[in-house]
Design a protein around this ligand. Structure first.
Ligand SMILES: [Zn+2]
Length: 429
């Protein structure tokens, strides 16, 4: 472009009354700043194997030199083989790599791809679909991508999502998973779009006939495995869950919440609220903020103060009675479920809400650091308990629920000797 002939631009200032002023929030200021980007997929893809191992060692142990042996826990400067990119323990003499005894043990994926996948996973605001990950990185198959992010989620579930929260803690429940029993895309299941006759018939029913019809629908929904809401009597599909959030307010204006704990219940009932409070909140020194739901009434008495906001009157009470930070979590979880992961199996819902909790708590952390944080947990919880041999049919056989887990059918292929393995003479697993 010719710099000499600078266009003579007439600067026009729109009158103030025509411009819509939106004050920038802390979040948007962060995302627009330089601090929001620290590393790229390209960067990690270019790393040498040694650079990758050094990075992983630093994330796992905080050092590349003095580290703990995964076999015998000896803390030492172990023998390093730059050819094998492994160590030999000075204590027990066994060899180990940077991923030994972690969820990524026995990985086949090159470390560059693992780190690139992690970076992409951390870059998504509401989540990162495994299929998309596979397409972007040309991972072997869907299962490779799916087990990778699932193991990452397991790291968060067993590593990140632990410990008590204290201070002002907001608690709220929100519907998750499972379509409402009586509706399909917002319409009752019995409503047929292309059947005006049916709609007319429904409109002509007397009120008693209509309520009889609704009762029959309820019975049918129950027969199909639906659950009845303990308060309202509405029937929900069997796959419906309530995702509970416990969020500690930061205490600083405009900074939102800082620590998040989550849990899944079958309904918004006092036993679920009690179990979650017992597991995650320091009592009685904390302050509980909830809505006026009956689930929180009894448990609120165990706190020094229970702030309850009546949502039919207002969203924010005069004395800090609100659950807006919990609603913020629910908004992200909704985007995650409806826009990214789609049709989350109730059995794995807990894994996904923990991921959302992690994303919420790291919403103003650049993706590279966020990936390292998640990786740190994945490398420090030992072997994967839920995803080892997933592709061979070893699926988790319980659902993580409050107040207690319940058995869930393993949905993978049948275990035992497969016809091909039998032909090859392999022993059954
Ligand atoms: Zn050792």
């Amino acid at each position: 472009m010719a710099a000499a002939s600078a266009p003579t631009e007439v600067k026009r200032h729109l009158p103030k009354r025509n411009s819509i002023h939106r004050p920038s929030s802390d979040a948007s200021r962060f995302h627009m700043s330089k601090a929001a980007v620290d590393r790229s997929v390209e960067d990690v893809a270019k790393w040498t194997d040694l650079q990758c191992v050094k990075h992983l060692a630093n994330v796992r142990w905080g050092s590349f030199k003095v580290i703990g042996c995964p076999h015998c826990n000896a803390h030492d400067e172990h023998y390093w083989s730059s050819k094998e990119l492994r160590w030999k323990c000075r204590g027990c003499g066994k060899r180990f790599s940077v991923t030994s005894n972690t969820v990524f043990a026995y990985r086949k994926l090159p470390l560059q791809k693992l780190l690139a996948a992690l970076h992409l996973w951390a870059s998504g605001a509401a989540g990162q679909p495994a299929l998309e990950l596979r397409r972007m990185l040309n991972l072997g198959g869907y299962n490779t991508a799916f087990t990778l992010v699932s193991k990452l989620r397991e790291g968060l579930l067993r590593g990140f999502h632990t410990g008590l929260v204290s201070g002002v803690v907001e608690m709220d429940g929100a519907h998750a998973s499972g379509r409402r029993a009586s509706e399909k895309r917002g319409r009752p299941l019995t409503f047929k779009v292309n059947d005006p006759e049916e709609a007319q018939k429904d409109a002509l029913l007397t009120s008693s006939a209509r309520s009889k019809k609704r009762r029959e629908e309820k019975v049918a929904a129950l027969a199909a495995g639906g659950n009845v809401h303990p308060e309202h009597g509405t029937v929900f599909p069997a796959s419906r869950r309530i995702a509970f959030t416990l969020r500690r307010r930061s205490g600083a204006k405009g900074k939102g919440a800082v620590v998040t704990r989550v849990g899944i219940g079958l309904a918004e009932t006092p036993d679920v609220a009690q179990a979650l409070v017992d597991a995650y909140v320091a009592k009685p020194e904390s302050i509980l903020a909830t809505d006026t739901g009956t689930a929180f009434k009894a448990v609120g008495k165990e706190f020094q103060l229970h702030l309850a906001v009546n949502h039919s009157d207002t969203l924010v009470g005069p004395n800090g009675e609100h659950v807006n930070n919990s609603e913020g979590f629910t908004a992200r979880q909704d985007r995650s479920e409806k826009g990214v992961y789609l049709n989350i199996e109730p059995k794995y819902l807990m894994d996904y809400v923990v991921e959302t909790a992690f994303r919420e708590d790291h919403r103003r952390v650049a993706p590279g650091r966020q990936a390292d944080r998640a990786l740190h947990f994945a490398l420090n919880i030992g072997r994967s308990q839920y995803w080892t041999n997933f592709t061979h049919g070893r699926h988790r056989d319980f659902e993580i629920l409050r107040p207690e887990n319940r058995p869930a059918k393993a949905s993978g292929p049948a275990k035992g000797r497969s016809p091909v393995a039998a032909q090859n003479g392999r022993a059954p697993r």
